[in-house]
Design a protein around this ligand. Structure first.
Ligand SMILES: Nc1ncnc2c1ncn2[C@@H]1O[C@H](COP(=O)(O)OP(=O)(O)OP(=O)(O)O)[C@@H](O)[C@H]1O
Ligand SMILES: [Mg+2]
Length: 220
């Protein structure tokens, strides 16, 4: 999508971070804040957000019995992303809306690249086929030690999905990957995920206000 296709006010913001860091919780709080500000937005999750994406999600996030090569995992996630871009992200941005996503391409770099050990340049290239080169205006990485994310998830009582079941060293690698990506990729900021959900929400609001002063109020 060229910038000319995007209407004023459109913004594409993504929350990232390891398993259990609080992404879904923070997307819900942000969505309520955008509503309170009267900002039209779409909030969605990756992989998913479209019928084909949700179907692919159920394969990718099935239990450990759905064993597959890392390359299959990558291709499935990107197959969902291409539909997500065409059917969700581009139409919303063209309408001048905000798009708030729970995971996007930074997850692919962190999990399938660093975590699964696929070649990073190849992963980057494959991502650009799926996205047509569209990238978010901002990635916010919720940073939390892997053990604390695991602890938070334990309270959910849900069975670990195939990726979560990969173990502690994989989770540690993913956390380090996010920190490295934040240092090397443009448009990626790290936010501490420690404290209460409200603490984290306040931090995120302050970041958004600093980064996009025309869209968000600075007294948050
Ligand atoms: N700041 C917080 N402090 C303590 N618990 C939290 C906090 N934020 C979220 N939680 C709880 O931790 C669990 C994981 O949070 P959440 O589902 O938002 O994380 P997530 O990053 O979306 O996880 P996943 O990677 O599994 O999608 C939930 O039970 C949630 O209620
Ligand atoms: Mg989540």
């Amino acid at each position: 999508m060229s910038d000319a296709d995007r209407r004023d006010g459109s913004l594409f913001i993504v929350l990232e971070g390891g398993d259990g860091a609080g992404k879904t919780t923070q997307v819900a709080l942000l969505s309520a804040w955008f509503d309170a500000l009267g900002l039209a937005h779409v909030s969605t999750r990756e992989p998913g957000g479209t019928p084909v994406g949700e179907a692919i999600r159920s394969i990718v996030l099935a239990g450990p019995e759905m064993d597959m090569p890392a390359e299959s995992e990558l291709m499935l996630i990107l197959a969902a992303r291409a539909a997500f871009i065409r059917d969700v992200v581009r139409p919303a941005l063209e309408d001048g809306h905000l798009v708030l996503a729970d995971r996007f391409s930074l997850s692919t770099m962190a999990y399938q690249g660093y975590g699964r050990g696929l070649d990073l340049d190849q992963v980057r290239e494959a991502i650009s086929i799926a996205t047509g080169g569209l990238s978010p205006d901002l990635y916010l990485v919720l940073d939390l030690p892997a053990a604390e994310g695991e602890e938070r998830q334990k309270h959910d009582g849900a069975e670990p999905d195939r990726i979560e079941a990969a173990g502690r060293s994989f989770r540690d690698a993913v956390r380090e990957a996010y920190l490295e990506l934040a240092a090397s990729e443009p448009g990626v900021e790290v936010v501490s995920a420690r404290g209460t959900p409200e603490d984290v929400h306040s931090r995120i609001k302050a970041r958004l206000a600093a980064r996009f002063p025309g869209t968000f109020p600075d007294r948050v």
